[in-house]
Design a protein around this ligand. Sequence first.
Ligand SMILES: [Zn+2]
Length: 103
Amino acid sequence: MDCVCGHSFAKEVLERLRNPQGNESGSNDCDGFLLVRNRDYQAFLASEQRVLNAESESERLRCVSESAQYAGNVMVCPQCSRIVVATATSEEDGLSGSYRRED
Ligand SMILES: [Zn+2]
């Protein structure tokens, strides 16, 4: 997902995977939060438990994929400070997009 200012969160995540220690300025971390719809929370927790209990790597990956269907993200753009919302249900809920703080 990209912010309207052009910042690429996907590129940032890839950079973090390539360089987990961060860059020299220490600003390699995307400030983000997991977003789970209230009515999906119990199912999400159960799916996360299945991830923890998986007995093989292939089972774990399948469980992670299942769990990811419940998870969205709220991220703070490091370039423009917009709040970028990516819900698990995407466009159908009308919430995904970017928002500016009012203060
Ligand atoms: Zn931005």
